[in-house]
Structures are given as structure tokens and as C-alpha cells.
Design a binder for this molecule. Structure first.
Ligand SMILES: NC(=O)c1ccc[n+]([C@@H]2O[C@H](COP(=O)([O-])OP(=O)(O)OC[C@H]3O[C@@H](n4cnc5c(N)ncnc54)[C@H](O)[C@@H]3O)[C@@H](O)[C@H]2O)c1
Length: 442
């Protein structure tokens, strides 16, 4: 089948590569000419395990193309996927300007039947806006061209995006036209061979399903972070509590890790956007607002732990930071807890020596020539000359460090662990001071 994808970011690029891998002919369009140039030179602008090989193979096979030629893009695919960003507007609601711009571009160039499929995460009612924009432009052109608008939200996880896309838990299709559902069913057939994962529903429910999933996951995280803060006050160990509650199948072990707060391009903005949609409908979404407030507070916990240890005076301290991306296996720094920590440290007069296996380039882009920031090429380089170490992202290489080396290198022999990677007794027995999240009175 022939499909076009608007937006070649984390979602569009992964979808393009995976759809091409299944034998489809995919054209990826982006307004960022530099990104398209890089892709055409064989460079992958993001770090996502396995993506490079998929892109390379399918470009070589002639099934995957990158372009800034909008006419070519619209002419190419029966399916026109929208996978552009929906960043937060000033008030936290989803900014739909990129989505509407794509609808506009499709309508300006459309000559025959097209299925416009929204993969971006968008508030309920967006499909109606996309439809209205296309109708308006077609009217202006004096053209009558048939089209359908479909909601097909994406659930991939950065860091495991290829396998999530190739073996999805579910494929949500929101349509108001059974014929379109069947066309999308055939497009997704190769991803459905093991068992039918396609769930079809009305458009508004599909749009809401994406927010519901992210809001539920964010709620689990904020719940555990709240409990971790209580565990610290009560002298209990949240890791024991986690195992104790996870064993209940109604709760389960997934997604109940306490930590440094959720970040990334999705949870923070989607929880906020859903809460703002609720406001706009006249409903005060108290739970969603609390999930967000707990998360904002949690993102400051690592700084608070350091600051408490040093009696509120971090001036002149050098803090090593391990892990900058918002989670392992990505270079995505959007809303990453490391940013809150580093900015608080700079504000307090401390300097940062940071290491991340993949995100240093992105960090340098966000904080160009930043005084007080040294980006290191290896983990032990970051602790060299530092007073304390903070672990923000749980990359695997941090799981079993040489504690003796850390003790020797860290002037204050102090570790603040935002991911509960180690056993407090083990670390403390080696003569290091260790603070974790929700583990007794640490
Ligand atoms: N990143 C994730 O893990 C993830 C998962 C599921 C859903 N989503 C949702 O998918 C959408 C895209 O997210 P992303 O992380 O891929 O974003 P991204 O910022 O990585 O990529 C968006 C791309 O769209 C391009 N773009 C902007 N305006 C355009 C236009 N008018 N025409 C063509 N291209 C345009 C940008 O240049 C950019 O390359 C968002 O709504 C997001 O919430 C993201």
C-alpha cells in the first residue's frame, strides 16, 4: 500500500520505517528541510534502538523516501498520516497549529480520495477541526474531492518504539465510516497476524483513549511517588511496599516504580492537555490536576535531598549527574527531570558534571555553552573532581558501578539515587552516604 506520513519525528519516522518494512511504499514529509536532508544522507536525527537499520534497509529497497515536496507527498498515499507535534500551548492545552497546517496542506494539494489519519495525540474533537479545515480549503479551491478523517492514536514507547510498533498491544481505529475501518484493517493486517489487535470505535472515543492511557500511567507514577514521600516520613521502605502491592493481580508490578517524576514528550503534556480540555468543558479534573502537581513536586526531590544534606548551601559544590534523557534508551530530553535538577543546582551556585550514554548532544543543544555544565564522555569521568553523584536516569550501565571508585573519587562520598538502583545497606557498608527515594528515613 502507499502511505504518506507528515512529520518525521519519533512517531512519524518509526511508523514510516515499520510500515516500509512490511512492504508498503512510504513517503515521509517534514517541513524541517535540515531534518529531511540529514535523513536523505542516511543520518538518523534521533536515537532509537534498531531504527537506523530499518531506515537504511528500506531506503535501499526503494520503499522509504523523505521529502519536503508537499505536492509529491499528497499525491503519493491513499493514507495521509498526521504525526506532527502537539506541544503545550501557554495554558497547557494542546497546540493544534501543526495538525491544522497539515490538514490545510493536504486539502490544498488533494486531487482524489484520501484517508487522513491522525496519529498525533490530540484533544477530543480534533478530527472535526481537521475535517472542517479540509472542507474550507477544498471550497476555496472550488474542488469536490471525497475524503475521510480517522483517529489512530499511537502508543509506542520511546526506547522500545520499533518493537512496540511491530508488535502492538492494540491498534485503535476511530472512524465514522465502516469502509475506512476495513481499509485501515488491511493496512495493519501484517501487524495483526498473531491475533487481532484492532479495536474499532467512534472517533471521539479513539481520541480520548490515548489521553486515558497516558493519564492512567502518569497517575500510577504520581501515586507511587506520593507513597514514597510518605514512606520516608513513616520510616518505611517503598521498595518493600511496591513488591507487596504489585503481587495483587488487580494492581500488578508494572509502572509502580517510585522515582524522580515522569518526564518526556507525552505524560506531562498529555495530562495537562486533558485537564485543560476538562476545564474548557466546565469540569474541574481534580485527580488529573493532582497527578500533575505531585509530579512537579517530585521533580524537585533530588535537588531537595542534596540541599538538605548540605544544610541549604550548595554554592561552589560540583555535582556529578548520571543520566540526562527522561528515560533510558532514548536521547529525548523533553521535560526530563534532569533539567529541573540541573537548573536548580545552577540557581544554587553549584556546577554540574554530567554523563549520559546518548543524550549529551541534545543536552548541549538545549544548554549551549552553559557555564557550570561539563558534559563527560564516560560515567567515571563525571565523578572525577565531583563532591556528590546524583543518578537521574536508570541506564543499565549504572546498575552495578564500582562503589570503591565512586567512594574514592567523590569528595563527600555521597550518592543521591533517583531510581532506587542499589541496596542502601550495601552502599552504606562501603562507607558511602546514600539517599534514595522512599527508602526509610533516607
Ligand atoms: N514521542 C512519543 O513517544 C509519542 C508516542 C505516542 C504519541 N506521540 C504523539 O505523536 C505526535 C508526534 O510526536 P513526536 O514525539 O514524534 O514529535 P517530534 O517533535 O519528534 O516530531 C514532530 C515532527 O513534525 C514536524 N512538523 C511540524 N509541523 C509540520 C508540518 N506542518 N508538516 C510536516 N511536518 C511538520 C516537525 O518538524 C518534527 O520533525 C505528538 O502528538 C505526540 O504527543 C508521541
Amino acid at each position: 500500500m502507499r502511505l504518506t506520513i507528515f512529520g518525521s519525528g519519533y512517531v512519524g519516522l518509526v511508523q514510516g520505517a515499520c510500515m516500509a518494512e512490511m512492504g508498503n511504499h512510504v513517503v515521509c514529509y517534514d517541513i524541517d528541510a535540515d531534518k529531511i536532508d540529514r535523513l536523505n544522507r542516511g543520518e538518523i536525527p534521533i536515537y532509537e534502538p534498531g531504527l537506523e537499520a530499518y531506515v537504511e534497509r528500506n531506503v535501499e529497497a526503494g520503499r522509504l523516501e523523505f521529502t519536503t515536496d508537499v505536492k509529491k507527498a499528497v499525491d503519493h498515499g491513499l493514507f495521509q498520516f498526521i504525526a506532527v507535534g502537539t506541544p503545550p500551548d501557554e495554558d497547557g492545552s494542546a497546540d493544534l497549529k501543526h495538525v491544522v497546517a497539515v490538514a490545510h496542506a493536504i486539502a490544498e494539494n488533494m486531487e482524489e480520495y484520501r484517508i487522513v489519519v491522525d496519529k498525533s495525540t490530540v484533544p477530543v474533537g480534533t478530527a472535526d477541526k481537521v475535517k472542517a479545515e479540509i472542507e474550507k480549503v477544498l471550497d476555496q479551491r472550488g474542488k469536490k474531492v471525497e475524503f475521510d478523517v480517522v483517529s489512530n492514536p499511537e502508543f509506542l514507547k520511546e526506547g522500545a518504539a520499533i518493537s512496540d510498533f511491530m508488535k502492538p498491544d492494540r491498534i485503535i481505529i476511530g472512524t465514522d465510516n465502516p469502509r475506512t475501518t476495513e481499509l485501515l484493517r488491511s493496512l495493519y493486517e501484517p501487524f495483526n497476524r498473531n491475533h487481532d489487535r484492532l479495536i474499532s470505535m467512534d472517533i471521539r472515543s479513539a481520541e480520548l483513549t490515548k489521553y486515558a492511557a497516558n493519564a492512567m500511567l502518569a497517575t500510577k507514577i504520581s501515586f507511587m511517588n506520593e507513597l514514597a514521600n510518605l514512606a520516608e516520613r513513616f520510616g518505611a521502605d517503598i521498595e518493600a511496599v511496591r513488591l507487596g502491592i504489585g503481587s495483587d493481580p488487580r494492581i500488578g508490578y508494572h509502572f509502580i516504580y517510585p522515582g524522580a517524576g515522569y518526564g518526556g514528550s507525552c505524560f506531562p503534556k498529555d495530562v495537562q492537555a486533558l485537564a485543560r480540555s476538562a476545564d474548557a468543558s466546565g469540569y474541574d479534573a481534580e485527580l488529573l490536576n493532582a497527578v500533575e502537581a505531585v509530579n512537579l513536586r517530585q521533580k524537585r526531590r533530588l535537588f531537595e535531598k542534596l540541599s538538605d544534606h548540605y544544610g541549604g548551601d550548595l554554592k561552589g559544590k560540583t555535582i556529578a549527574v548520571w543520566g540526562l534523557s527522561f528515560k533510558p534508551n532514548t536521547d529525548d530530553m523533553r521535560a526530563a527531570p534532569s533539567r529541573v535538577l540541573m537548573e536548580a543546582l545552577w540557581e544554587a551556585g553549584a556546577t554540574v558534571k554530567a554523563y549520559d550514554p546518548e543524550a549529551t548532544e541534545e543536552t548541549a543543544r538545549i544548554y549551549p555553552d552553559k557555564d557550570g555544565l561539563t558534559l563527560c564522555e564516560e560515567a567515571y569521568g563525571a565523578v572525577e573532581g565531583a563532591d556528590a553523584l546524583v543518578i537521574v536516569t536508570e541506564w543499565q550501565e549504572f546498575r552495578s558501578p564500582d562503589f570503591q571508585v565512586l567512594k574514592d573519587k567523590l569528595a563527600d562520598a555521597l550518592i543521591v539515587d533517583g531510581r532506587n538502583l542499589y541496596e542502601p545497606e550495601t552502599v552504606e557498608a562501603l562507607g558511602l552516604k546514600y539517599y534514595a527515594i522512599g527508602r526509610g528515613r533516607t
